[in-house]
Design a protein around this ligand. Structure first.
Ligand SMILES: C[S@@+](CC[C@H](N)C(=O)[O-])C[C@H]1O[C@@H](n2cnc3c(N)ncnc32)[C@H](O)[C@@H]1O
Length: 265
């Protein structure tokens, strides 16, 4: 490949990544219609966290996917130093390409939150905020408790943890849980009818993009056969955060089973 072709291939991948990330954002809204309100509240909370060094807020985005929370943090605080970590090399690469022109680029890392050594990957020993969205429900209760304890250890006193996630109020089966489930399903159907890709169709689109074939192969090697854990309940999250040592913990937003927990170190 000569230099001109090389450059064209790089900008092709960047353009494809931007399209895939835009489709990802819409796909996530199929399942979380109020997702943007949740992100707005997250960045508003971050605006009240005083950075411990100079002017730049230091934020860690756990299980960042293609940088959904990272993107909102940088949109509001362009000088923030964001570290963005995820298990999936494909999603990390899409995020990296999509945010390549950011005033201050995030530090992108691939790592597994189930492996207790993940904090060793980070470029900093202390953060002002740890955020995560739609991801920690992949973890078992024991894994989640360990991640909360590690997040607490990484936060300076007064720093915040914000987890916007699937936080079921109770085990499925009750009448209220059934109502909530059916309302959620109706919302999903309407969003797809409106043209959004659902989860499977989004992945079909990525698989039909040969420019990302090697990242898709890496994704498949990691995720083949993996099923999401039986997601910990809302009460479990709040208790696990208290046990991790956070001084104050509460649910500050929710919509059906989606919630945002806030914990101050
Ligand atoms: C539904 S996506 C959400 C991504 C992004 N935070 C968002 O809100 O759009 C769930 C993410 O969790 C990541 N994930 C799942 N298990 C993980 C683990 N053990 N360690 C790190 N990331 C993990 C997946 O790779 C995926 O990117």
């Amino acid at each position: 490949m000569n230099l001109v072709e090389d450059h064209a291939a790089v900008s092709d991948r960047a353009a494809l990544a931007r399209d895939l990330v835009a489709a990802w954002e819409r796909q996530q809204e199929v399942y979380i219609p109020a997702r943007e309100a949740r992100f707005d509240l997250m960045v508003e909370v971050l605006g009240r966290v005083r950075p411990h060094q100079g002017e730049s807020l230091r934020v860690l985005d756990l299980a960042c996917g293609p940088g959904s929370a990272t993107r909102r943090v940088l949109a509001r605080y362009p000088r923030a130093e964001v570290t963005s970590l995820d298990l999936d090399p494909l999603l990390v690469e899409l995020g990296r390409l999509d945010l390549a022109d950011a005033e201050r680029r995030p530090t992108w890392l691939t790592g597994d939150l189930r492996d207790p050594s993940w904090p060793g990957l980070l470029p900093h020993a202390a953060y002002d905020a740890v955020v995560s969205t739609t991801a920690l429900h992949w973890l078992t209760g024991a894994e989640l408790s360990a991640v909360y304890a590690q997040a607490h250890a990484l936060l300076r006193p007064g720093g915040v943890l914000l987890n916007g996630d699937y936080l079921p109020t109770r085990r499925p089966g009750g009448a209220v849980a059934d109502l909530v489930r059916r309302i959620g399903e109706d919302r999903e159907e309407r969003a797809v009818a409106d043209g959004a890709l659902d989860w499977e169709t989004w992945w079909d689109r990525v698989r039909a993009t040969p420019e990302f074939a090697s990242e898709v192969a890496a994704h498949d090697a990691i995720f083949a056969g993996r099923v999401s854990a039986d997601s910990p309940s809302r009460a479990f999250h709040l208790e696990a955060l208290r046990e991790a040592g956070f001084a104050d913990v509460d649910l500050i937003w929710h919509d059906l089973t989606e919630g945002l927990v806030c914990a101050v170190a």
